[in-house]
Design a protein around this ligand. Structure first.
Ligand code: ADP
Ligand code: MG
Length: 256
């Protein structure tokens, strides 16, 4: 990774649900300002991996750190202690999460959705939170929708609001879990354009997506996951055009 500072460091992460071992020792490092695109078949553990990064899922083994801070634990001597809920929430505020299904608050307007977290966590006074929300809405091209309710927006517009909302806490890293999978095809581009713009401005991101063209354009690094492990990782030209592993080749031949 050269002189780029590591922002997200996932080491040896294992996670099982019952006897289903979903993550089997995942290692992943994301440098500051880098964009990593994660590909892989359904059920390979991509969502679970994202969820372990902000401690929405507790790992069975292995650790995650963000900007040098261990997530979910405090180390004392050679022992690990789980953090209290309040401290976990504070860490989670550094990680923006954008879901497949937008997950906007339906009873709040667009601007209220965006200012909710910064105000309720005491991060920003009301006026400042609103001013920031307007800047973010301009950035995602939705200045005219400030007072609309989510149900009056298209899926693409809702997802752009969700991105603005994730940015409002000024996260150190943004995680996207198939952000365009629930969208009608004609709305995919407007969401990918926003993510592309964030990438250009140096936002550190991990993007789970099946959009291979986007990965080729935007990713610094492409990760192919299968059955709970990282099978292959490298620059897009390498992983997408000259995959070394038969499982990567088989997957790409289906999605390309
Ligand atoms: P992907 O996002 O790559 O499709 P997931 O991480 O969602 O994969 O799921 C990987 C496996 O873990 C699947 O077999 C899924 O059924 C299982 N799984 C995910 N979350 C849970 C959960 N909360 N409880 C039980 N099984 C789960
Ligand atoms: Mg998933």
């Amino acid at each position: 990774m050269g002189e780029v500072k590591v922002m997200v460091d996932v080491r040896g992460v294992h996670k099982s649900f019952g006897d289903n071992e979903v993550l089997r020792g995942v290692d992943l490092r994301v440098g500051t300002g880098e964009v990593v695109v994660v590909l892989g078949p359904s059920g390979s553990g991509k969502s679970t991996l994202l969820r372990t990064i902000n401690h929405l899922e507790k790992t069975d083994r292995g650790l995650v750190s963000i900007d040098g801070d261990l997530i979910g634990y405090r180390r004392r001597g050679d022992k690990l202690y789980e953090l209290r809920e309040r401290e976990i929430l504070r860490q989670r505020a550094h990680v923006g999460f954008v879901f497949q299904n937008f997950n906007l608050f339906p009873h709040l307007t667009v601007v209220e959705n965006i200012v909710e977290a910064p105000i309720s966590t005491g991060r920003k006074p009301r006026a400042e939170a609103h001013a920031q929300a307007r800047r973010l809405l301009a950035r995602v091209g939705l200045s005219d929708k400030e007072n609309a309710y989510p149900r009056h927006l298209s899926g693409g517009q809702q997802q752009r609001v969700a991105i603005a909302r994730a940015l409002a806490l000024e996260p150190k890293v943004l995680l996207f879990d198939e952000p365009t999978s629930a969208l009608d095809p004609e709305l995919v581009g407007e969401v990918l354009d926003v993510i592309r713009d964030l990438a250009r401005s140096g936002t550190t991101m991990i993007v789970v997506t099946h959009e291979i063209g986007f990965a080729r354009d935007v990713a610094d690094s492409v990760v192919f996951m299968d059955a709970g492990v990282v099978v292959e990782q490298g620059p897009p030209a390498q992983v997408l055009d000259d995959p070394q592993h038969p499982r990567t080749r088989a997957f790409l031949s289906k999605v390309l």
